[in-house]
Design a protein around this ligand. Structure first.
Ligand SMILES: [Fe+2]
Length: 275
């Protein structure tokens, strides 16, 4: 049987690559350390498969077709399409169609319909954390794309419930595999709207604190607060998927720092999961 080997989260943002050299040295050091610390935890969890929960940034889907959830069920997926990601060291990222199809089937039985793709482009949302974490050997990557970009967005409760579905599918997968979850995105940032560039540190810190609250309180807080804290904060949905997968017991904060040069409140988290 498969085991949930761990659940993790890291922020992403194009400027973590594009403006990396312009980040003040102290923040660059701390960001680099946070990404690597998360990478070390993932390596220590020894996952065979890493389910990466990320939005799609118009790389696969556009206004004519925006699925709420899309799971990559193919043999492999493509490296990032963004020209400024061309130095990312993987053009082809092997996946795990057996587990991915199992996840889709098991979720469907519970009334969680997902779209599927046999070939996804894994954009910066997936690949920046993988890159910055410096994993020597990538596990097989099963992408789970959750729309947190273009309304209507899946509800926060639904994202938590998807996390529980994911954990259930891991437990019921018959192969002896270690499967970890990496959520990417958030915390506060604002892209292409009048508040572009804003970081809401108080909101970020309170959000981190609220992950230790009962589920209903966490969700009510986020439902009230997300609309006024930058459109990028909606990506916290992916953290909710990881939170639900890990049993919603709260996470260990690896680090948090607002980084104006990359216009993201950067958070890094590791959930406790039962051995
Ligand atoms: Fe994003």
């Amino acid at each position: 049987m498969a085991d949930l080997a761990g659940a993790f989260a890291a922020s992403h943002g194009p400027l973590l690559i594009r403006e990396w050299e312009a980040v003040p040295p102290e923040q660059k050091l701390r960001l680099g350390n946070a990404f690597r610390a998360l990478g070390e935890r993932i390596a220590a969890a020894r996952p065979d498969v890493l389910v990466v929960v990320s939005p799609d940034h118009w790389s696969n889907f556009f206004l004519d077709n925006v699925p709420a959830v899309c799971i990559g069920v193919g043999e492999s997926n493509e490296g990032p399409p963004e020209p400024w990601m061309k130095a990312f060291p993987h053009r082809e990222l092997p996946a795990h169609p057996g587990f991915a199809q199992h996840l889709v089937r098991e979720a469907m039985k519970q009334g969680f319909e997902s779209s599927v793709s046999h070939r996804l482009k894994l954009d910066h949302g997936v690949c920046i954390p993988l890159w910055r974490m410096g994993l020597e050997r990538l596990p097989r990557i099963v992408p789970m794309i959750v729309n947190s970009i273009e309304p209507p967005l899946p509800t926060l409760s639904r994202c938590m419930a998807w996390g529980r579905q994911l954990a259930g599918a891991i437990r019921s997968y018959p192969e002896d595999l270690r499967i970890a979850v990496l959520a990417t995105g958030g915390l506060s940032h604002s892209i292409g709207e009048p508040t572009m560039g804003a970081i809401y540190e108080d909101f970020d810190r309170e959000t981190i604190r609220r992950f230790a609250s009962p589920e209903r309180e966490l969700i009510t807080y986020l439902e009230e607060q997300l609309p006024s804290h930058g459109n990028g904060s909606e990506e916290v949905r992916n953290w909710l998927v990881a939170h639900g997968a890990a049993g919603a017991q709260g996470f260990e904060l690896v680090d948090y720092l607002p980084v104006p040069k990359v216009i993201v409140g950067c958070g890094f988290a590791a959930w406790r999961v039962a051995a």
